[in-house]
Ligand binder design. Sequence first.
Ligand code: CA
Ligand code: CA
Length: 106
Amino acid sequence: MAKKLISIATLFVLMAVSVFSAFAVEDETKNALVYGDVNIDGDITVIDATDIQKYIVGLEEFTADSKSVADVDSDGAISVMDATSIQKYIVGLNDCGKVGQQFVTE
Ligand SMILES: [Ca+2]
Ligand SMILES: [Ca+2]
């Protein structure tokens, strides 16, 4: 009887661990997208601002994820204003829209 209880307890622990891991993976995916990090390399740099300028003139293709985090002023369009907001963020100015905020897909 005691043996049976132990194996049931072990089963619950294993279930709890796998549920926890599933949540951990989900969180990691959500953390990956940040407004302004257009090339999704984990940093907001002048390269991201440049990528937006290239996108505007047709030199760069954006993935759906990149498009989601590129419109940092939330006006519905990816424009030079968004690139400017990223540049402001880099030099520490205010009025940089949602740059640096986490993008949540809900
Ligand atoms: Ca980046
Ligand atoms: Ca915009």
